[in-house]
Design a protein around this ligand. Sequence first.
Ligand SMILES: *[C@@H]1O[C@H](CO)[C@@H](O)[C@H](O)[C@H]1NC(C)=O
Ligand SMILES: [Zn+2]
Length: 320
Amino acid sequence: MTFTLRALLVAASATRVLASCAHGTFLRPRAEEGGAVQVGTFGYIGTIGPLNWAALETPANNACATGTRQSPIDMVEGVFTVLQGSDVQLTVNDMPAGAEFENLGTTVEIITQGGTLNVADKQFELQQFHFHLPSEHLDNGTSQAMEMHMVFQSAAQEIAVVGAYINIADAAPAAATKKRSSRINNNNRRQEAAAPPAAAAITPTTLLETIFSVVDQIATPGTKVTTPPLVMSEVVDLLKANAFQIYAGSLTTPPCSEGVSWHVSTARLGVTPASFTKVRDVIGFNARYPQNTPGQPNLLMISALGSAAAAVADAAAAAA
Ligand SMILES: *[C@@H]1O[C@H](CO)[C@@H](O)[C@H](O)[C@H]1NC(C)=O
Ligand SMILES: [Zn+2]
């Protein structure tokens, strides 16, 4: 038992964590252009999962276990401030020749070709965007099908992330839905009037459909493919037309560094059920569990106290 634990710790400390939310930033520089895709060695399940990230590389990953402003969080009223999308300067260059799309083992990521975020008198440059499945942030207690993270870095090496929830698009084509609801209106207008306003239909986002059309070609970690041409204005315009929920948090992957400026959009991107299944079969599962309210103790510190108390109680019971 002791030997096993020691062997595990030695193996863990030798581990180099290469891929993360911070891939392409100063924290995790990318390999040289054209180089091999570097696959991450942390994970989401078992002893390489988020309960044990700090032990995988100490002291580099200590914030994962001790930080008090960790991400993701449940986006409930009171933990964020709201900034209108129209007040944020956001540009993302189109990629007319396609983009490099990599499987890092821990996520699938698009290497971008320029983009800026200007907020609070700071300028950030877009490095990449990648996907989590299911969503990492919770929208007022509710997880979403997926979440996209656009990672920006400033000249002073500060990090800002724009997060956008991705929902599964409504299965019924818009025309069929319209026809059905007009029939309901004719048959029962009173019931229709009493019903709460329907949530806006989720339509597939062309950018995501284009990207995920080739995700099956990078099913193996460490592989990459060039996407078809990518037009970014669709998503940028949608983000600007909605609002951002802003809070100061962390990277959601090792080394869990804090001081990350989060901008979680109230917009909804969409994927077709077929694309969702395709990307799910490649990603599997890559969401860190929701962290404590910003400013409150790290859940792992609270958990350690609970475990110690339970062990003392077990020992006392065994001695009795
Ligand atoms: C968030 O959820 C709570 C509890 O379910 C609910 O009372 C509240 O209205 C929700 N807030 C928003 C903004 O939807
Ligand atoms: Zn991420």
